[in-house]
Design a protein around this ligand. Sequence first.
Ligand SMILES: *Cc1c(COP(=O)(O)O)cnc(C)c1O
Length: 643
Amino acid sequence: MSRESPPPPDVWSNDDAKELYLIDRWGAGYFDVNDEGNMTVAPLQERGRKIALADVVRDAREQGLRTPLLIRFQDLLHHRVRTLNLAFASAVAENKYRGVYRGVFPIKVNQLREVVEEILDAGRSFHHGIEVGSKPEIFAGLSVHTDNDSLIVCNGYKDDAYIRMAMLGRKLGKKVILIAEKLSEVRSILRISAEMNVDPLIGLRVRLSTKGGGRWAESGGENAKFGLSTAEILAATEMMKQAGKTSAFKLLHFHVGSQIPDILIIKRAVREAARHYAKLRKMGHPIEYLDVGGGLAIDYDGSRSTFHSSMNYSVEEYARDIVYNIMDVCDDEKVPHPDIVTESGRATVAHHSVLVIQAFGSIEKVAPGPLERAHDDHKLVKNLLYTLENLALENLSESCHDILQVKEESQKMFELGLLNLDVKARVETLFWQTAERMQKLASQLDASEVPDDITELGKQLVDQHICNFSVFQSLLDHWALGGLFPIVPIHRLNERPTQQSTLVDITCDSDGKVSKFIDLSDVRDTLPLHTLDDKPYFLGVFLTGAYQDIMGDIHNLFGRVNEVHVFLDDDEECGYYLEETIEGNSIREVLSMTQYEAREMVAKLKAQVDAAIKQDRLRPTEGMRLLADFERGLADQTYLSFP
Ligand SMILES: *Cc1c(COP(=O)(O)O)cnc(C)c1O
């Protein structure tokens, strides 16, 4: 498959690249290919400039930041927040809904301060707030939140210190709503708020019988980790009543899981929750907000389907269906329309960041080798050459069996000591050359006519691109959950890709690879890529803004990657500037996380160098130079660096 003479370049256009990599399908109007064959990002869709990723990589490099590089488009975040709010605003207006929309951003999806601040800034006129889910997150949340008309919704299990922080927010005039995950939390909230002399705002998370779809189906339903049963909700309201705080019950919450691909599940859950709200409201509880949680999905593969990496609805449809169904149930029950809260995380941030990695080598199955016969060729070599020379469409299957048999025989003979390395090498080379020729021939057939053996053999012919990154640091969902991300070369898109490849990372873990890729139906096992030449080859991993940043770990001690934040600016010649650059972890930093202290390490090395000098193994000047290398190297980044 690799390296056969590529067709003339004129039969390949940027449009072919866009179609091959499904860019218009998953790109949501943000991604495109320019005339030079470079991948571009339009953070404001058609209303703003397009930035070539290759330019950003070059600029970052000029500032000393190499790949792997995480590029954030701050304007794109802005655009997402506006899109979500405008979708709800128009759904509210269209339906003459008598409540407002108050979105919150769940910071666990991306806690980076600049990301959260950008979202709050973009959402200021809509009073878009935040959601926190742990004790550290409420500290972060309180510090960045400044708009007292927007909400801080507090989920997750809580201790007294967490609750006290929420009450601190109340004292500052913030609408901090504590969502009780357990009955005992209601008791603690009532006690602590009385002690601190402040009115608490309490939300209850209802456990719906509707289950989410896709990978997070188990987040909902009767066996979910979170949420109160109907009996517990009634007990909680009784507790508030006993404490004279009936007015504290302000919000009803549910969350059926993340990445819900099917709008029908969302509608069903919303109706079920709205029914709970209406019944509670009729009992006299002054609930103001109905919080429908997260779950708004991202179409990672562009298939617009109910596949786990996709979604069968748009943001606008999501907003309309939520508003309409809440209204429908409330009108039926004759209760006021609640204000609507969503906790959309993934849909807010997934698009805004791109991970750029460099493929710096490849592992290819088919190596070049002589195809001529020699009079003293080994019998196995003669066999293979015969098959190769007589290969035709009519004997594909038979030839395939023949070469597989030769390969097996050569392996057996080698194990018995009957085959020299040069013959083994020749057999292997010829085997893959023949296999490649077979795939070429088979490609003339309809997929359904290709013999199974040939298809199987074809899968083994796949090349691998070795990329300078760690799946465990940067694409954890791919490893842990089989999450799919669009991956596209950021340049050379005006050139036809000639290899079918998979990606391997630089960890020494065999799981450190990407071998599942997006497709319109199901998934593909290979990614079409270009053959490496003497220039760097960069791939973009897209839609990585949600969850990946914070969940990564330092497997093999590969640390955080370099990062740049891009802002659009018409005053700049290129239309943008790099507002912030954040250097990835140094070797020293990741080592200190595992209790290696740099000073101590250098001292230990010095003792060994001194000893080696004493033993005349090293000359003093050389010893000191090597020690200096060691010390300097600790400040380097954890990833490979290429000249
Ligand atoms: C994780 C989480 C979210 C975010 O979900 P997305 O699907 O990313 O929007 C919202 N609410 C709660 C309670 C969560 O746990």
